[in-house]
Design a binder for this molecule. Structure first.
Ligand SMILES: [Fe+2]
Ligand SMILES: [Fe+2]
Length: 495
């Protein structure tokens, strides 16, 4: 493995389309040829060599997916126009996929001709039990650079305009990654990439909607929600740093995987309801190293997974090199590692855990980041994080000068003061009303301001969205109440 980053040369659209068309054409021809001839036949050898040449020329260092959706052929996310001369071959390919219930095949760098030959002959066999059977055969044959994917139904796509569906897809993918790695199987990178892309698209479309999802802490197992929240917060930060979509996708992947090593930490330590003793603490602190080992076991290493491995290794190393594992050079920390470190710490301290009686409010969370800016955390990232969530981030329960109590629903709009978010009234005044604290009256004054921060039942926060809003977004989250528990004020507002 080489740590050197390999960036494919940019291609013009026409040349790229031609490469994609050629790849599909050659795959379809090879598939048909293996359907009619023995493996030793020169036509078979030639057809496979042609396909491999097309794959290796353009996709030598990255994976390529050849799939079918709604009877259209795709290469990665590009739909191909099929000309009349290709029609018979491509139809043979589509019929074969249909027969196996196969949505597509991902070919990974390092693909060997023996793997292509075995795959094509298997595809030409009779299908009894569909994709499950084909997948089992592929594994038995040791086809390590070939990944079979299920058909992608429209309803399963995490639509960019549906934040709850995107969030839910993230939870599913985190759960799936952990199960896959635990069973020493390969991560289905294509599905993972679609979900990371949905997160990026959603954040580009309506950032605050997805950010507000991170305040609903009752979805599922801590590790899934935590990984998802860290991914959303990290990508939102990366967006402010001007990352392009591909880099944001890589950052999302790295954040999804950052705590993967915890699957090797004994459950009794992870779930211990009291503080860890020193030996348990040491065991827990192995998880960044476990993550590296687990990901290196994956055969399909590419630039994205290497970035994820490094960021996962670094996410508990502070800017001043305190934390763990011990590193000696500050300049060796990657930007991904520093971003995930900030997002990870914020989500961890604002999420309820069994071993502590009190959870920090989101307001305390950003104050913690500010207090440790320059020592534990990169100051620029803390500044951007504060601008992103405001001084009272979503989920913070605030008391207003009018006597009303509200939950911060969305961060302040760009250009507004960081202490003036959008709030939903939950007690006093008119419950359910949405207030923008940046609004001014006719005299130019702010009629409402935050005067206190509450910590209801010491849980830290309430969901930024009320039940009705969550229900409107889909089935997940039903039953999450928005009543304000009657706990005393614990923390006076900072300003
Ligand atoms: Fe961690
Ligand atoms: Fe974490």
């Amino acid at each position: 493995m080489s740590g050197q980053q390999i960036t494919p040369l940019p291609r013009c659209d026409t040349a790229a389309r031609e490469d994609e068309r050629s790849l599909v054409h050659r795959l379809a021809v090879a598939l048909r040829t293996t359907g009619f001839h023995d493996p030793g036949n020169t036509s078979v050898q030639g057809a496979i060599a042609e396909f491999l040449c097309a794959a290796r020329t353009r996709w030598a260092h990255e994976q390529v997916w050849v799939g079918v959706r709604n009877r259209c052929v795709f290469v990665n996310d590009e739909r191909l126009r099929i000309g009349p001369s290709d029609y018979l071959n491509v139809r043979y390919l589509m019929d074969t996929y249909d027969r196996w219930g196969l949505g597509g095949v991902t070919f990974h760098p390092g693909l060997r001709d023996g793997e292509v030959r075995s795959l094509l002959y298997e595809l030409n066999q009779k299908s009894e039990r569909g994709l499950e059977e084909l997948d089992a055969r592929a594994r038995a044959l040791g086809l390590k650079h070939v990944e079979l994917t299920e058909p992608e139904r429209e309803s399963e796509e995490p639509a960019a305009h549906l934040p709850l569906r995107t969030y839910s897809a993230c939870l599913d993918v985190c759960r799936e990654i952990q199960e896959t790695v635990r069973e020493h199987r390969h991560i289905r990178t294509r599905r993972l990439r679609r979900v990371t892309q949905a997160v990026v698209d959603q954040l580009l479309e309506d950032e605050s909607a997805l950010l507000s999802m991170t305040t609903i802490k009752e979805f599922d197992d801590y590790l899934f929600t935590h990984s998802t929240n860290v991914a959303i917060l990290s990508v939102a930060l990366g967006q402010r740093l001007g990352f392009d979509k591909r880099t944001l996708g890589d950052l999302c992947l790295a954040a999804f995987l950052h705590d993967l090593g915890k699957i090797l930490v004994p459950r009794e330590i992870l779930d211990k309801p009291t503080k860890l003793d020193p030996s348990e603490q040491a065991e827990m602190q192995q998880h960044p190293i476990h993550a590296v080992i687990l990901l290196l076991e994956q055969e399909q290493l590419n630039q994205s997974t290497i970035r994820a491995i490094v960021a996962g290794f670094e996410h508990h190393v502070n800017l001043d090199l305190s934390g763990y594992p011990r590193l000696t050079r500050k300049d060796s920390l990657t930007l991904f590692g520093r971003i995930i470190c900030v997002a990870d710490r914020y989500d961890a301290i604002t999420t309820q855990r069994k071993y502590r009686k009190t959870t920090s409010t989101p307001h305390e969370g950003v104050r913690f980041l500010l207090q440790h800016s320059g020592s534990q955390f990169e100051p620029v990232l803390v500044k951007l994080f504060l601008e992103m969530l405001g001084f009272y981030p979503p989920g913070t329960v605030v008391g207003l000068n009018t006597g009303e109590v509200g939950v911060v629903r969305r961060p302040p709009l760009p250009g507004s003061a960081l202490s003036r978010p959008q709030v939903r009234v939950v007690r006093g005044g008119d419950p359910g009303t949405i207030l923008d604290l940046a609004e001014r009256d006719a005299a130019g004054n702010h009629p409402r301001s935050v005067v206190t921060v509450l910590n209801p039942d010491n849980d830290g926060q309430l969901p930024a969205l009320c039940s009705a809003e969550i229900d409107a977004l889909g089935p997940i989250g039903a039953g999450i109440g928005d009543d304000l528990p009657t706990s005393p004020v614990r923390l006076p507002a900072a300003r």
